[in-house]
Design a protein around this ligand. Sequence first.
Ligand code: HEM
Length: 172
Amino acid sequence: MSAESTRATTARSANPPGIDPLEWPTARIADVDEDAVRLLVHTFYGRIRDDDLLGPVFRQALEGRWDMHLEKMVAFWSSIVLGAKRYRGNVTQAHQPFGHLSGEHFSRWLALFFDTLDKLFEPQAAFAFAEPAIRIAESLQLNLFGWEYTLPPSQRALLDSIKQRRPARQHD
Ligand code: HEM
């Protein structure tokens, strides 16, 4: 990582580099580029790793493989938000081993992801990540928990708030 990007590096070497949650930037990012995606991914998974509910799940699954996971997630979000076409993988298949989890785990994942987005990005930039995240989370849960599964109220509320946040189209 270059000297210029030291802002994205925490002193806590045990965790993936990201922003120390106590030092959120005052200026939020409006134009997303690959550095911004990297900052989001590293900051988000730093928080995931420290989370009481999700930390143990991720630490167990990714023991010794964090670097690979973080690189893959940078490729994934770059493909979605920047059209980078670098991610090659099967998201549904990767989550098959997690049928023992619950909607609560997904609610926490989304709450942490949305909070990180809000702190790092201007609303329009955050939206570019938030909408696919909630859509994919819903599809993963239906796949894991069955088609009868209904989203917990907190996730329904997130979905509704996302719909309201959809930016107006330029020619509307
Ligand atoms: C409770 C919720 C979730 C848990 C516990 C979870 C856990 C994991 C874990 C442990 C991996 C690594 C799998 C491996 O390499 O062995 C993974 C991969 C991945 N996750 Fe999640 N995840 C969750 C939600 C999501 C959501 C909502 C998204 C979508 C935005 C997502 C996107 C991905 C992607 C793209 C990969 C890489 C898949 C690949 O190997 O190609 N995850 N997840």
